[in-house]
Write a protein that binds this ligand. Sequence first.
Ligand SMILES: Cc1cc2nc3c(=O)[nH]c(=O)nc-3n(C[C@H](O)[C@H](O)[C@H](O)COP(=O)(O)O)c2cc1C
Length: 266
Amino acid sequence: MEIQSVKMAFFSPTGTSKAIIQAVAQGINHDKVELIDLTRPDIRKQALKTTENELLIVAVPVYAGRVPGLLMGWLQSLEANNTPCVCIAVYGNREYDDALLELKESLEKQGCKPVAGAAYIGEHSFSAEDTPIAVARPDENDLKHAEAFGVKIREKLDSLASVGEIPGLEVPGNRPYKAMGGKISTDFIEVSDACTQCGICEDLCPVNAIDYANDIMVDQDLCIRCCACIKGCPEGARSMKASQVKDVAKWLCDNCKAPKEPVNFL
Ligand SMILES: Cc1cc2nc3c(=O)[nH]c(=O)nc-3n(C[C@H](O)[C@H](O)[C@H](O)COP(=O)(O)O)c2cc1C
């Protein structure tokens, strides 16, 4: 099957989903690749149209066992015309639950034809020095695995004569998808005197929840607890204070220690 270009769409506040999708793209080794960074609010407003001669790869972090809710608008605006797609869920070593199935079915609904799916492990957004969770994942082995997955995708596409030949893809997950549960408080960030008001956190925030006039203020209604501002602060001025989120981090640290392995579905 002739693929004219590869479109890589990802949402990645703390960079692990981006690292995985880039390794997959390296394995696919196509000379025409376009990055669509859905972490940026302006990019999520742009509807995407794709054809059957393109390959769409979408990578998202798992939030509460699901696709992050703020991506639904973009996903529903996608106009895919029989576009082969690859679905990737990146999770913080607890579980990916129904996220991969939800991503696959959301893309199918818009006209995509899933060729492959995968779940990879990334350092948990809530990981901190005193509550380490899947620290430094994806590691070298994860990235090698993701690159090899890209090679397998290319081989599968090469073995098919047309989009019509893509067989149905099964991925784990249940319907109805996992209930979102009660929203835990977003009042969990502490800012120390080390903050220089440099504004980097404002640019990293995927939902514009940080005040442009005062980096210390976080709009609690907008915050999605992604931790991009904590992990991306060059001064280490932002951290998690005692809070519901910190309690979750402690639980994850105690209960999700055994490193999980990536899985591919082809
Ligand atoms: C609000 C929220 C909910 C999360 N829920 C889960 C989950 O259900 N299971 C899991 O293993 N990891 C969960 N994580 C961790 C992320 O999926 C994981 O850290 C991922 O690698 C982050 O991707 P990114 O680096 O691209 O932002 C959650 C993270 C956040 C911020």
